[in-house]
Design a protein around this ligand. Structure first.
Ligand code: 5GP
Ligand code: MN
Length: 331
């Protein structure tokens, strides 16, 4: 990694460190952030994780999640921390708009900035960058970073589980975005005695009755297919959020059901949030949803998994998605 010698010097004595990841943090955001926090603490640093918004409650099985600071709830405290911090890590996002207002706050900070990520088109805002768009996850890159830093000397079972959580969630349990290195890294992590079966149960088989019923409702009442463009949509209204008491993370994975249908190659989950409409996109094969999200929904991500948003009515976002299909997909 370019600059690793300088980073090693920066981290050669105890530092006050902040770790940022993106709004609506997912398993990779949380896994990579927590792995880094635990790793740095073992070297005597103070490391705080700050997320713009809350994380899904299923991830509370990971260590120290109570310590995570949520900007939405503690704006003043975060502003103070950013002013004082000496080193900032940015994990699992490519542009500062993904950390909301904090993006502006860190631009004024003199802290040393380190960016570790696997999203397409990373913006140049950091002093040191470890970016690999071929990597399954930021968590996989975290393992590499620890190796570059000091030969992984601090990795233990807890840290290995955090990294593995990020790899599992960003690859859908090793179904997509994997390379031979992903499996090599997973293999090395398994040497720390991870109970993979139990970990997968914690991640995927920990839903509430309400969440499973929501899946049934969404598939039964909120799914629409556009066969001529191999596309599928699931949408959820504000009223659905009330009726099913939908919380953060409850819609995770819903979009993937569309891709289970033969011949469906692009899928959208379109949800009506309090102020925005969020769109989650997934595709099979050569369709780049990253381009679709970037060009039409102020978003981005990866070729086969991307997201964005619009300040518009739910119906108009659904219609917009349908109307752009001919430009991206052959009939
Ligand atoms: P999800 O659909 O699960 O929210 O996100 C899928 C992928 O797209 C993730 O890698 C995520 O970081 C990225 N993504 C989701 N929403 C946005 C967004 O609003 N802007 C950008 N740039 N990326 C997004
Ligand atoms: Mn990721």
């Amino acid at each position: 990694m370019e600059g690793i010698n300088e980073i090693r010097k920066v981290l050669s004595f105890p530092r006050d460190i902040v770790i940022f990841s993106h709004r609506n943090p997912d398993g990779d955001a949380i896994g990579s952030s927590m792995a880094l926090k635990l790793y740095l603490e073992k070297s005597g640093h103070t490391a705080r994780i700050i997320f713009p918004s809350e994380f899904p409650s299923i991830y509370t099985f990971l260590p120290k999640t109570d310590d995570i600071i949520i900007f939405d709830f503690e704006k003043k405290k975060v502003e103070e921390i950013i002013k004082k911090t000496e080193v900032i890590f940015f994990l699992d996002f490519s542009g500062l708009d993904r950390i909301d207002k904090m993006g502006e706050l860190v631009q004024d900070s003199n802290a040393i900035k380190i960016h570790i990520d696997h999203h397409i088109e990373p913006e140049p805002f950091a002093d040191y960058v470890l970016s690999d768009t071929k990597s399954s996850s930021t968590s996989e890159l975290m393992y590499d970073f620890f190796e570059y830093l000091d030969n992984n000397k601090n990795i233990d079972k807890e840290i290995a589980e955090c990294i593995m959580t990020g790899i599992i969630t960003d690859t859908g349990s090793f179904k997509y975005s994997t390379t031979s290195k992903t499996f090599l890294t997973a293999s090395k992590l398994m040497q720390y005695d991870i109970d993979l079966n139990e970990l997968q149960n914690k991640i995927y088989n920990s839903l509430s009755e309400k969440q499973v019923k929501l899946i049934g409702f969404a598939l039964n009442k909120r799914m629409e297919l556009i066969p001529e463009f191999h596309a599928g949509i699931i949408y959820l209204t504000k009223q659905d959020y009330k009726d099913f008491d939908i919380q953060r993370g409850d819609t995770e994975g819903l979009v993937n059901y569309l891709l289970m249908i033969k011949n469906i190659r692009i899928a959208a989950l379109i949800t009506e949030q309090p102020t925005i409409v969020k769109i989650s996109l997934r595709s099979k094969g050569d369709i780049s949803v990253q381009e679709i999200a970037r060009d039409n929904f102020k978003g981005g991500g990866h070729k086969n998994a991307a997201g964005g948003h619009a300040y518009a009515k739910l119906e108009s976002v659904i219609n917009k998605f349908k109307s752009i299909l001919p430009f991206y997909i052959k009939q």
